[in-house]
Design a binder for this molecule. Structure first.
Ligand code: PLP
Length: 362
């Protein structure tokens, strides 16, 4: 595959090249059937096999406990901003509690207000979301319906290193940008969801993990396609599922397994981000966004002092095949998204570019 750049975009993000090649190779003729995977019914046994093996591979890679359902749902991550309150708010006080550590948490809390009351446990706004503020979890109202958090804040490049112990209150995680990049004890959570578009596959669909005791409690107004119990009962095929998305996800999961699984992904994420943080820490030219205690291993964010230098950095890096490094509009600056598919050599190339750019422009 010629002409492939290193795509540092936050998502839809770069997928592993061998996965893209496999898709290309079997796109017109899936396993000798003379039809493409996107032309075949989601009700065929051959698709069921793809769905089942995606689930079993995910379970194998993550050690997800047996009492969790694995589901694919339409609408990407943000549809879960609605699905979570709709499915969990009937529990106890009809109130959702939110840790706001960035823009996605803000949007999730705003969406939940449509369905009941919400409570903001803490909001990192006063720190411009550069760090995750402390919250005394012993003060949590055990009567709240659930607690929602964003495990990795894609825009700012911060993450939770440890997760709060909410005791009997279900903890819900938006893990869109760090799923499969770190080992996670899923038993700590009631619900975990992730849009596919960073570490799993194409956009528009979310992988959703729900603990079984939380099923069957959706509010009466819940649209059927957002009802966790109905999706679980139908094994994600309540209507026509994103066949292509699931197929790509299975290929990505196979690839992760071949690479050595999540421990290897985690180790690589630490190495890759470490290379970039070292450049930032040794520089007076680049200004790191994330507080060192809360740095993400998958989104590395920094500013340059002047806009002119930033524009030059972005255009020159692109000229070197280091693509889509522009930070999110809400944050500005540079963001290097280095999910699982980003090779370490590309990160080394970016680090060299940064050092040289500083030398000639600093
Ligand atoms: C942590 C997080 N949550 C939610 C979203 C929104 O995802 P989607 O566009 O699939 O709704 C994103 C961006 O992709 C994200 O990074």
């Amino acid at each position: 595959m010629t002409n492939r750049v290193y795509n540092f975009g936050a998502g839809p993000a770069m997928l592993p090249t061998p996965v893209m090649q496999k898709i290309q190779q079997e796109f017109l003729d899936y396993q000798g059937l003379g039809a493409s995977i996107v032309e075949l019914s989601h009700r065929l046994p051959l698709f069921k096999e793809i769905l089942d093996t995606s689930e079993s591979l995910f379970r194998e890679l993550t050690g997800l406990p047996d009492n969790y359902k694995v589901m694919f749902m339409h609408g990407g991550a943000q549809m879960q901003f609605s699905a979570v309150p709709l499915n969990l708010m009937s529990r106890k006080s009809h109130k959702g509690s939110y840790f706001i550590t960035g823009r996605w948490g803000t949007l999730a809390e705003q969406e939940a207000r449509r369905y009941g009351s919400t409570e903001v446990l803490m909001d990192g706004k006063e720190f411009e979301y550069r760090k995750i503020p402390y919250f005394d979890i012993s003060s949590l109202d055990q009567n709240t319906s659930y607690v929602h958090m964003t495990t990795n804040n894609t825009l700012y490049g911060t993450r939770w290193h440890e997760f709060p112990d909410t005791k009997d209150v279900p903890l819900v995680a938006d893990s869109t940008s760090d799923i499969l990049s770190r080992e996670i004890d899923y038993s700590r959570f009631g619900v975990v969801y992730a849009g596919l578009q960073k570490n799993l596959g194409p956009s528009g669909t979310a992988l959703v993990l729900v603990r079984e005791d939380l099923l069957g409690k959706a509010l009466p107004e819940t649209p059927k396609l957002l009802d966790y119990s109905l999706i679980a009962e139908s094994q994600s095929i309540l209507n026509t599922i994103n066949v292509f998305g699931v197929y790509v996800t299975r290929l990505v999961l196979e690839w992760v397994k071949e690479q050595g699984g999540i421990p290897e992904m985690e180790k690589l994420a630490e190495q890759k981000s470490g290379i970039l943080y070292e450049v930032l820490d040794n520089s007076d030219f680049y200004i790191s966004v994330a507080h060192p205690d809360h740095r993400s291993t998958v989104n590395v964010t920094f500013h340059l002092e002047h806009d002119q230098a930033l524009q030059k950095f972005l255009s020159e890096s692109e000229g070197e095949g280091l693509f889509a490094l522009k930070g999110h509009a809400a944050v500005g600056g540079v963001r290097a998204s280095i999910y699982n598919a980003m090779p370490i050599d590309a990160v080394k190339q970016l680090a060299d570019f940064m050092k040289e750019f500083e030398r000639t422009n600093g």
